[in-house]
Design a protein around this ligand. Sequence first.
Ligand SMILES: Nc1ncnc2c1ncn2[C@@H]1O[C@H](COP(=O)(O)OP(=O)(O)OP(=O)(O)O)[C@@H](O)[C@H]1O
Ligand SMILES: [Mg+2]
Length: 246
Amino acid sequence: MIQIENLKKTYQTSTAVEALRGISVQIEDGDIFGIIGLSGAGKSTLLRCIALLETPTEGRILIDGKDISSLRGRELTQHRKQIGVIFQGYHLLMQRTVFANVAFPLEIAGAGKAEIQQRVTELLELVDLADKADSYPSQLSGGQRQRVAIARALANNPQVLLCDEPTSALDSFTTKSILDLLQDINRKLGVTIIIITHEIGVVKQICNRVAVIEAGLFAEQGTAADILAAPQSIAAKQLIGIGGAL
Ligand SMILES: Nc1ncnc2c1ncn2[C@@H]1O[C@H](COP(=O)(O)OP(=O)(O)OP(=O)(O)O)[C@@H](O)[C@H]1O
Ligand SMILES: [Mg+2]
């Protein structure tokens, strides 16, 4: 279970930017939790805080009761392994083959050659890319690249997979296949998924719970079914397309 308590993040630039202003939420094991909001609402900041890529200004993030937001050094590195992340832009290593991209986190973790061979083969089968092991990212479509990124994110058996707009650069058909894959991973491997999006279609297709973020605060949260059927906040109504244009 992930508990976020009163999370705040202020970026200190020439002026202070309050990107997160007090986010609290509980995400249960096995959830596919959607965080939806307009551009600049604070979605990526929140995801980066949960991924331990950003230090919160205030508040706590607890995973299974342990506060991860205060970890440093070795313990921080250890905990990062429990969390896989994928991004809209895939972030693959362009000079490495598909196999070598997926192998990368295993190499870093000090896995042996035989173990890497077995695990990468398994992961490429899971994402249906066994035949592309020797290809380079530049030789793949966007959807295939995202599949490689998903396989790589799962390499160290994370408990949680964080996805920042994973399908925003993809057409609707490819989006559906990537979302189907994420759902499959959630069901088969029991990985909790947090998916950030500005597309209500993503929430409709795979999320069981959803939070609507607006200007660094959650305007509303609940089951996807409830919020889709009867959005209460102005932000949710806008995103769902009721009561005003975007
Ligand atoms: N590294 C940074 N330094 C300063 N300000 C930042 C930084 N990253 C984000 N911000 C600011 O924090 C706010 C939230 O940004 P964030 O990237 O979290 O939004 P977002 O909801 O992911 O938007 P988008 O949908 O466009 O990706 C914005 O006002 C943004 O300008
Ligand atoms: Mg973003």
